[in-house]
Design a protein. Structure first.
Lengths: 84, 219
């Protein structure tokens, strides 16, 4: 993994207990739904400031429900693949 | 907290302090029925104290409401707005408490003084009651700082520290009741607000939570 690799915030909805600190620390990407559970925008986080906020949200979550992980970039299709 | 959040929080806190100070001043003169004149610093200090207490009540009640089982049935704000309002109320309470302490310390007739305000038991005016306020102030700084630094310096330790918030409210309630409730109207205010927070705190423990799957998240 390199620093240039786009990262994405992922929420484990089984662990999430609706404390809401993530929405306060990282409002650009985390909202709370009607029940107070985290609603995370899975778009890549590239700006350094947003990455810091995302890391703070991950570290602050009392239920450890948030993870910052490298985005899965789909492998390009082989050149010889024929579309059906 | 982001820079934008801090700026917004500062604006809201400043506006609340002005409105709270004026409202508290009006409340103190109406509730306390004290003559305004050379007692102006004392009235201002009391007014800011009442405003700070009411702001703390709203802060604590909203904090309890954030994860209250009843909040799942009666929704009056979105969850995101409630979290932001909780943080703004914390900033406003801090500003009002600072104003309260400065006004009381600056009042030479109050008998509290700088040492009395910051060293528990050193106040010439009702030392025990003032000490309760001093201790609650220190605990509030601890809780507020840990929440503000959540995810950075204190990681997820903000959460267990946050449980002290109810102790802070209890100490502030007793501080207000013992140091400044000299009229039946003020005692009624403390009874109503204390009862409100007590009902929310107990019911949050006792009412079974209705855990629902978030909409559109599970197949």
């Amino acid at each position: 993994m390199t620093d240039q690799q786009p990262m994405s915030l992922v929420a484990d909805m089984v662990k999430c207990d609706g404390h809401g600190i993530c929405a306060w620390l990282f409002p650009a990407r985390v909202e709370l739904d009607d029940w107070g559970y985290a609603w995370v925008d899975p778009a890549p986080i590239e700006l350094p400031g947003q990455l810091r906020a995302a890391r703070a949200a991950v570290r602050a979550c009392p239920r450890r429900a948030l993870t910052l992980m490298p985005m899965r970039v789909p492998a390009p299709a082989p050149a010889h693949t024929v579309a059906r | 907290m982001t820079g934008r959040g801090l700026r917004t929080g500062a604006k809201v806190a400043a506006a609340t302090a002005v409105v709270g100070g004026l409202g508290g001043f009006a409340a103190a003169t109406w509730l306390g029925a004290a003559p305004v004149g050379r007692m102006l610093p004392w009235i201002v200090g009391r007014g800011l104290g009442i405003a700070a207490y009411l702001s703390l009540t709203a802060l604590t009640a909203l904090g309890l409401w954030l994860r209250h089982p009843w909040a799942q049935r009666w929704r009056f704000l979105s969850a995101t707005t409630r979290v932001r309002a909780h943080a703004m109320l914390a900033a406003a309470t801090l500003v009002l408490v600072i104003g309260h302490v400065v006004a009381i310390v600056a009042d030479s007739f109050a008998g509290v003084g700088l040492r009395g305000a910051f060293v528990p038991g050193m106040s010439g005016y009702r030392p025990f009651a003032v000490a309760l306020g001093t201790v609650s102030l220190y605990l509030a700084v601890l809780v507020g700082a840990s929440a503000a630094l959540a995810g950075r310096l204190v990681g997820r330790a903000w959460r267990p520290i946050h449980h002290i918030a109810l102790v802070i409210f209890g100490l502030s309630w007793a501080h207000g009741l013992l140091a400044g409730s000299d009229t039946p109207r003020l005692r009624l205010m403390y009874a109503v607000t204390g009862g409100l927070v007590a009902v929310l705190a107990v019911s949050r423990r006792l009412v079974p939570a209705v855990r629902r799957a978030p909409k559109g998240r599970l197949a």
